[in-house]
Design a protein around this ligand. Structure first.
Ligand code: ATP
Length: 486
């Protein structure tokens, strides 16, 4: 199966592997190897480049992973950040009740109440998938990891379940730092932790993962305004609204008029779609925004569309990101809890800003890149990553293990390595070296041969077409950079 083939390369070549592997691992925890780390960093940098440049007032900050209990009282997570749990009465194995129902009868159970889930379990006669025993009542389980802060304990803390709270509790200071203007965007890229009940599907549902989130604070009276909306209003958006049972394309302008969603929100949808289609090169027919029903939405979201990518390894469209209108929920909650004023005063108008959140799961996006790019061909296994995302951009080979060729290849390697991620390989036949690079998705290979020493040209080989072209040494860097930028 494709998922096993990808995992095989991922493990052998250093993309990802199970955490604490030598001790048997714990489900939901994974490590990034050498190539995985390079590619994850490229994804995160592309995200920063794309989203933080949408406005002069969008910046990244870096905040604590551990926060005191008060933060999560203020945010509502202590009360609401729950998943439905049912345990087997015989073997005591715990399961996510909604997942069991979906697996058993295909129904989307995410928007069911706990009572409805119990009913569905009874009606469908769903038993413990492990031992066939009866399942117990469905209860809500809080997904945050709790810990004691300090040697004496007593100060309860939690590992953050989303990066977002770091931005909300820093808002007051950052608003002043950024000179009391709106909108401001506060981005955070970092680790988050959720004690998922039963992480399944390999790399998709993790207990420790990475998010890239941008919280945009704005005046709620301007929700239907964006200075650049006219520039994007003709862009067709691929959406799957609740009132349609398949994807439709409609221009951003029509979408706003049909569904009554503010221009500020729709503008950012267009920019998200651009990121997926133009930067990550996700094929158009594998991308969509899906509207969530009121009961499916997180408790704080007024408007909520998920960003989904169709992945063969996961059996269809899966959520990789979300765009959430969180209103003033978080700032008001923290205002009440901390007794610190979150209200702003802009030209005499006093209000608590509202928040538009762009929330991306880095690891799911990473997996989507692997899923979409993987191909098994007759002669080779290849990841057709967009060149900008490939862990290694170029590999340099001396054709033979001969000193003058090695010297020249090393010289070219050093020049390229100072600009881009470059590999050097002198082991085995040239064909084998190409295959090794194809397998990790390196888009370009440069071979130094005896002609190079004569006329200063090298062979530049393209991963996808496998075409080889002679390029002058001086033109090589420019040629590679222009192909990466395409
Ligand atoms: P799900 O419905 O899959 O549990 P969610 O709707 O709770 O996800 P959000 O709270 O909106 O997710 O988090 C934002 C993003 O973080 C998601 O779009 C997803 O990409 C990622 N994410 C959430 N939970 C996990 C997880 N357990 N493992 C990996 N990534 C996750």
């Amino acid at each position: 199966m494709k998922v096993d083939e990808i995992m095989d390369v991922a493990l052998r070549r250093g993309f990802i592997f199970p955490a604490s592997e030598i001790y048997g691992g714990v489900s939901g925890f994974w490590e990034y190897g050498n190539l995985g780390t390079l590619m994850k960093r490229k994804w995160e940098d592309a995200w920063r480049h794309h989203f933080l440049s949408l406005d002069q007032n969008y910046y990244e900050i870096s905040t604590s992973n551990i926060m005191p209990e008060a933060v999560f009282k203020g945010s509502g997570h202590l009360e609401h950040f729950n998943d439905p749990l049912t345990a087997c009465t015989k073997c005591n194995q715990r399961f996510r009740a909604d997942d069991l129902i979906t697996d058993a009868c295909g129904k989307n159970a995410e928007d069911m109440t706990t009572e409805e889930m119990e009913l569905a379990i009874n009606e469908e006669n769903i038993k413990c998938p492990r031992c066939g025993g009866d399942l117990g009542p469905v209860q809500l389980f809080n997904m945050m990891f709790c810990l004691d802060i300090g040697a004496a304990g007593g100060t309860k803390g939690y590992l953050r379940p989303e990066t977002a709270q770091g931005a909300f509790i820093s808002f007051k200071r950052m608003f002043e730092v950024l000179r009391n203007r709106l909108p401001i965007g506060i981005g955070i890229v970092g680790r988050v932790y959720r004690n998922e009940i039963s992480p399944r599907q390999g790399f998709f549902r993790l207990r420790e993962f990475n998010q890239a989130e941008l919280q945009i604070f704005f005046d709620p009276d301007t929700f239907d305004e964006h200075t650049s909306f006219d520039d994007v209003s003709g862009t067709p958006l691929r959406v799957r609204p609740l009132d349609r049972d398949e994807e439709v394309e409609m221009t951003a302008g029509d979408f706003r008029d049909t569904y009554g969603i503010g221009r500020f929100y729709v503008y950012h949808m267009v920019k998200i779609q651009e990121f997926y289609l133009d930067v990550l090169k996700v094929p158009r027919d594998k991308f969509r925004f899906r509207e969530l029903s009121e009961r499916e939405r997180a408790f704080y979201n007024k408007v909520h569309w998920d960003i989904e990518v169709d992945m063969e390894t996961l059996g269809g469209y899966k959520e990789v990101a979300g765009i959430h209108y969180r209103t003033s929920h978080d700032l008001s909650g923290h205002q009440e809890m901390s007794k610190q004023k979150m209200q702003v005063n802009i030209d005499g108008k006093k209000f608590v800003p509202h928040v538009l959140e762009l929330s991306f799961g880095v690891d799911r996006n990473f997996w989507a890149l692997l899923d979409l790019a993987f191909a098994k061909e007759e002669e080779r296994t290849v990841f057709r990553f967009p060149p900008r995302m490939a862990p290694i951009t170029v590999a340099v080979f001396p054709l033979l293990n001969k000193q003058p060729l090695i010297e020249k290849a090393t010289e070219i390697y050093s020049q390229l390595a100072s600009i881009m991620q470059t590999d050097y390989d002198r082991g085995g036949s040239i064909g084998r070296r190409y295959r090794r690079q194809d397998e990790i998705g390196t888009p370009f290979c440069v071979t130094v041969d005896f002609d190079t020493l004569e006329d200063g040209t090298v062979t530049l080989r393209d991963r996808d077409s496998m075409e080889q072209k002679r390029v002058g040494e001086n033109a090589l860097l420019g040629e590679i950079l222009s192909r990466v930028a395409q």
